[in-house]
Structures are given as C-alpha cells and as structure tokens.
Design a protein around this ligand. Structure first.
Ligand code: HEC
Length: 366
C-alpha cells in the first residue's frame, strides 16, 4: 500500500489548516481527516485546536458511518461519548458503538448512562450486552434485582450476547443468584450458544425442560433443522393450544390469534414462543393480577382502562369489568399468561409436528 511519510503529511496538514475559505471548509475538514487517518502515528490529543475542530465538525456530519467509527477508534475521541450513547440506543444493538463507548468512557459511563437513560433503554442494554468484558457484564448484572422482570428479561438476553456474559450467567445460575422466573430464559439462551462448552455446561446447570416421556429437549438451533407432519401437529394444537388461541374460527379467543402466525414468526421464534413464553411477551397481552376489595382475584390482561372501570380478559376468553373503586391492588405479572410448561405435555416429535403445523398457518392468498 502507498504510505505517505510523516513529514510530508505534517507539512500538508499545516498548509491545509492555514488555507481559509468558508466555502471550502467542509472539503478541508474531509481532507484533514483523510490525512490524519493515513498517518501511522498522529498525536490527536495534543494536536492543534484547528485540527480538532475539523475532526469534530467532520464527525458530527458523519455520525455512524464507517469513517466515523474508524476515526473515533483510532483517536479515542472523548467528545464523542454522547454521540456513541445515542448510537447505542438506536434500533437493536450496536456493538461497534458499545465497544467504543466502553473503551473510551469505561464502566462508569455505562453505569451513569443506565441510571438516567429512558428513551431507547432496551437498545442501550442490548448494545452493552455485546461488549465482551467482565466489567461491562458486571454493570448489566446490577440490573438483575428488584421486580422489573420485563427489563430483567432484556438484561439476561443482552448478557447472553457475549462470551463473558454467557460465563457470568452460568456462574449466577450455579450460585443460585438468578431470579427463578428468569432461569428458563437463561436455559434457552445458553442452549443456543455457539460455544459447545457453554452449551454443555448449560445443559447440566440449567437444562431445557424435559419433553413428555423424559429426555431433555434438544436446543432450538437443532430443532429448527427438523421437519414434522403438520396433520399430526394440528392434533397437538387441538389438545394443547386450542383453549387459548384461535386459528380461523376454531379455538378460544384469549391469546393472540394464530391464524397467520406462519407469516409472523420464523421457525426459531416459533419454538422459543412455545418453550419459553416469558422471553417475548406480545404487546398488549402483558398480564396483571388484580385483587378486589371483596376478596376476588383476577388474572388476565387489560382490554380497556376507563375512568371508572377496568376490563380484563381472563383465561377462557371472558371479559370481566371491575369498578375501579372496588380494586384493592393491581400488580403486573412477572411471567407470560401463556404457561411455560407446555412442552412437558408433548413428546419431542409432537412438538416438531406442532411447529410444522403452525408454520403452515399463513395469510390466504386471494
Ligand atoms: C393458558 C393460555 C394459553 C395456552 C394454553 C397457550 N397459549 Fe400461547 N399465548 C397465550 C397468551 C396470553 C399469549 C400472549 C402473551 C405472550 O406473548 O406471552 C400467547 C402467545 C403465543 C404466541 C406468540 C403469538 C404472537 O403473535 O407473537 C404463540 C406463537 C403461542 N402463544 C403459541 C401457543 C401454542 C403453540 C400453544 C400450545 C402448545 C399455546 N400457545 C398455548 C396464552 C396461551
């Protein structure tokens, strides 16, 4: 590759910085950036304020681009912490931004951000989950207490993204420090690890639920390669799922209708929904336990929340309205309204057949 000598570059840089014309500013910034990127060793921290100004303007215009990451990584530019934080909280998880945020800001920046971040919080947690470092993992681990199970599920999912996080999850399970409501999540997440060593240890420490007739379930990444008999699968649906889900006109309207579930979920997500319903609870179906002053207990999800009345749909599909003045307490459920033990009521083959059937449930083409 063509290498420019350090001396020539410095002369070039000085000339560029001296060159002053408002119109050419943007082009000049870009040239300065390209030049310092080519230098093998450039002391950015001690460079002139003009160079820093150019770099900072350039970065601001190019947040999130390939060159942005290259520059910030090469010079560990502290002024970029706030941009990196926003990159970490946008859609999904951003491992490059998270790595830089941690490298430049250290664990304290992660901890401080988690204390205040609200918008894009789940994305931020997922981004931090990709940082393969025990200190970053420890910061996430601090979120694994209290009673916000929805967030704790996100945290466990995030921790499972890095080898260091997977190790920690196993360790927490061994020491019995994982809330029991989250064990099943950990079990299914680690059973899908790319590291066979983690998978083997997880199978001992947090085994997947056993299927009917014994025998632990194979991990999801193995199940997805199997094909079953959808006709037989329909019978399993009629036995185990019909009481809560409609397919077409058949079934009870409690959980989401499954008539087009084959369009919505990929095979893998289908298995996860059945084996570990707590992992991703459908929007609008979050459960509540409501106690009335008269001593009744209702478990279900809210279908309408008016000024005076709260209407809840309960298993079986009935909607029950309660006068709000009669409500003693209303507490979010820690788990899905869909039971997590369903796989233990079917054999592995029945499960594979069931998923085959569910995959055929698609929008009718007209
Ligand atoms: C006791 C009631 C109940 C039973 C039994 C039940 N489910 Fe569910 N299911 C729900 C509820 C409530 C939800 C929504 C909450 C959630 O996502 O966890 C749900 C969600 C789902 C979802 C996700 C739907 C979506 O749109 O993302 C799938 C898939 C599913 N169930 C499949 C099944 C299958 C297959 C069976 C039978 C093996 C079954 N369910 C048995 C109540 C039930």
């Amino acid at each position: 590759m063509f290498r420019i000598s350090f001396k020539i570059c410095v002369i070039f840089l000085t000339a560029l910085v001296a060159f002053d014309s408002a119109r050419a500013d943007e082009a000049k910034d870009a040239l300065i950036v390209q030049t310092i990127l080519k230098l093998e060793s450039f002391d950015y921290q001690n460079s002139s304020s003009k160079v820093k100004g150019s770099v900072s303007r350039y970065l601001q215009k190019n947040v999130g681009t390939e060159e942005y990451y290259t520059l910030v990584k090469k010079f560990l530019i502290e002024e970029q912490l706030s941009n990196l934080k926003s990159l970490c909280s946008q859609n999904g998880s951003n491992s490059r931004a998270a790595d830089l945020l941690f490298t430049i800001g250290g664990k304290n920046v992660l901890a401080d951000t988690l204390k205040i971040i609200d918008e894009g919080r789940d994305n931020f947690i997922n981004s931090i989950g990709t940082v393969n470092d025990p200190e970053a993992v420890s910061i996430l681990q601090t979120l694994l207490s209290g009673d916000n199970y929805k967030e704790m599920r996100v945290v466990v999912g995030a921790m499972s993204k890095s080898p260091a996080g997977q190790e920690r999850l196993l360790d927490l399970c061994v020491k019995n420090k994982i809330p029991s409501q989250l064990k099943q999540d950990v079990s299914i997440l680690l059973s899908g690890s790319v590291d066979p060593n983690i998978r083997a240890r997880a199978a001992k420490i947090v085994p997947l639920p056993a299927t009917l007739g014994g025998g632990a379930l194979p991990p999801v990444n193995e199940l997805v390669s199997l094909r079953g008999d959808s006709k037989k699968g329909q019978l399993v649906y009629l036995r185990a799922c019909f009481t809560c889900h409609k397919v077409g006109e058949k079934g009870i309207d409690f959980g989401p209708a499954l008539s087009e579930i084959g369009n919505k979920l990929a095979r893998e997500a289908m298995y996860v929904s059945i084996i570990s319903p707590n992992q991703a609870i459908s929007f609008g179906y979050e459960g509540f336990t409501v106690k009335t002053k008269a001593g009744a207990t209702l478990i279900g999800y809210v279908v309408s929340d008016g000024d005076n009345e709260l209407a809840m749909k309960v298993p079986g599909g009935a909607v029950i309205s309660t006068d709000k003045s009669q409500i003693e307490s209303s507490v979010p459920l820690e788990v899905s309204l869909m039971p997590s033990g369903l796989v233990s009521t079917m054999t592995k083959d029945e499960l594979v057949n069931l998923v085959e059937y569910l995959m055929t449930l698609k929008k009718k083409s007209k």
